[in-house]
Design a protein around this ligand. Structure first.
Ligand code: SF4
Length: 481
């Protein structure tokens, strides 16, 4: 869904966390490498906090991992326990005071927190904590969790304090926590955002995605379960697990599989690449259209298009799978386009059609999702200008009709192209010959999950949490697909 000037998507990826505990060597470098593997989840800031047995060290800067953390910082980050974070802001503004890990010393010791997710009762908790004498340095929700945990640590052991904190904070959170030199992983009771555990030769790691474990030559042990706390113990040769809250059903974010996660990550037991191919196959089965060539929107639509083309090819041997749009990888988020006209031309700089693949042919363009729809409109026009006879658009997810309150900065309701348009109206808006989205049932099938065990709030407008300050008109019509 290349939809914005600053990113190939209409939604922004939301934070990656990692925590590493080793038996007897500094963790800063392994954390740094793992953060590289999670860079796609956030590019605004990067930070590491470590503990050397005596004190906590931390380094947080704006920018990509390679720019934010240099050799000198890695040297200073001593200790065999640590956490790291790559951030795209979800709550708390775009500034370094909200960058993470959030590291602080309390009476109960030192704490570091790296958070992926979004609390839905931050204001209420902050007001209560302020009334109890807690002073805040940022407007982010991670600091609220840190204060709540610190308060609970005053009269409870670590596990009880975490459990008490979980009963107070509501919303989505996958956390890498460091309490003195103990590293913990914690996933919210609905398992909304991903978190997994891996084994290294001399320690353990928790990370948002298994690709970070691969980057350390580690072995994925399993996902952290919804409501589970894991306490890494490399010297004891393992980790302790506490299922602190058990809900009858999880609410995993289906969008992680559709867009956010790396294709080579395994999330909640499924390899993301295979899920995307299965979604592409299902898309053909639900809404296949005769065409000469099936092409992905690079890079987001690639796995979907390959699944779609494979299924199409089983019925029509003449259909070709081809890359018809070439991407300029050097047009990034920082590219400045001062006028609307120039912004509209951005797509031409970013994606250029291969005329011979397109000219005189019926084209099916496959993408993962559509948020604002701006880029879809431009791509259809681009393909027509390159001589396509027909342009059909197939989308590997249902229409996005409502905002996300769980940590994904999709867009506000009035920016979403499908918020108040039927599929036919969206088709008209983007000027495609035909348009079809995938059904929620097909998404649930591909994920081997009942629809009720997934969060589908951005599709249905029904969220797994009660939302503070939710935008009006929560009811969203079921998608007509
Ligand atoms: S609302 Fe959508 S993007 Fe947000 S957590 Fe739910 S499924 Fe994911």
């Amino acid at each position: 869904m290349p939809d914005r000037a600053e990113s190939p998507t209409g939604a922004t990826e939301k934070c990656g966390v990692v925590g590493v505990s080793l038996a007897d060597r500094d963790v800063a470098r392994p954390i740094y490498y793992a953060m590289y593997a999670l860079q796609h989840r956030g590019q605004e800031s990067a930070g590491i906090a470590t503990h050397d047995g005596f004190q906590q060290h931390s380094h947080v800067e704006r920018g990509l991992v390679g720019d934010a953390i240099d050799e000198a910082a890695l040297e200073d980050l001593r200790g065999a326990a640590g956490i790291g974070h790559v951030r795209y802001p979800t709550s708390g503004g775009l500034n370094t005071c909200c960058a993470q890990p959030f590291a602080v010393s309390f009476k109960s010791g030192s704490l570091g927190l790296a958070h992926n997710g979004n609390l839905v009762n931050t204001d209420e908790l902050r007001t209560e904590l302020e009334a109890a004498g807690h002073a805040f340095t940022s407007d982010g929700d991670t600091e609220v969790i840190a204060h709540e945990l610190a308060r609970n640590l005053l009269d409870a052991d670590l596990v009880r304090a975490v459990k008490r904190t979980m009963s107070r904070v509501h919303g989505s959170y996958s956390l890498a926590i460091m309490h003195d030199e103990t590293v913990l992983g914690l996933r919210d009771p609905l398992g909304n955002r991903p978190l997994c555990i891996g084994k290294l030769d001399d320690g353990y790691v928790v990370a948002s995605e298994s690709a970070a474990i691969d980057a350390l030559d580690g072995k994925l042990v399993r996902d952290v379960r919804p409501g589970e706390l894991v306490v890494l113990d490399p010297e004891g040769g393992g980790f302790d697990s506490y299922r602190l809250v058990e809900e009858p059903k999880p609410a995993h974010c289906f969008f992680e599989h559709v867009y956010f996660a790396r294709p080579d990550s395994v999330i909640d037991g499924s390899l993301v690449y295979e899920v995307r191919r299965a979604l592409g196959r299902a898309l053909w089965q639900e809404s296949g259209v005769p065409a000469d060539v099936v092409m992905p929107v690079p890079d987001s639509g690639r796995a979907f298009a390959s699944g779609y083309a494979e299924a199409a090819g089983e019925e029509d041997a003449d259909v070709e799978f081809a890359e018809g749009l070439m991407k300029n990888r050097y047009v990034g988020r920082t590219f400045i386009m001062p006028t609307q006209d120039e912004r509209e031309r951005a797509v031409r700089l970013k994606l250029n059609p291969i005329r011979s693949t397109v000219e005189g042919r019926r084209v099916t363009l496959v993408d993962d999702s559509v948020v604002r729809g701006t880029t879809s409109t431009q791509l259809v026009e681009l393909l027509r200008d390159a001589g396509a006879d027909e342009v059909h658009v197939r989308i590997g997810a249902p229409p996005i009709r409502a905002p996300c309150y769980m940590g994904i900065d999709m867009a506000s309701r009035d920016e979403l192209i499908a918020a108040d348009r039927s599929v036919e109206e969206v088709r008209e808006e983007i000027s495609a010959d035909s348009l079809a989205y995938l059904s929620l049932d097909a998404v649930a099938d591909a994920l081997d999950a009942g629809e009720s065990s997934l969060c589908t709030g951005c599709v249905t407008g029904e969220y797994p949490y009660d939302i503070e300050d939710e935008e009006t008109d929560r009811e969203v019509a079921r998608p007509e697909i």
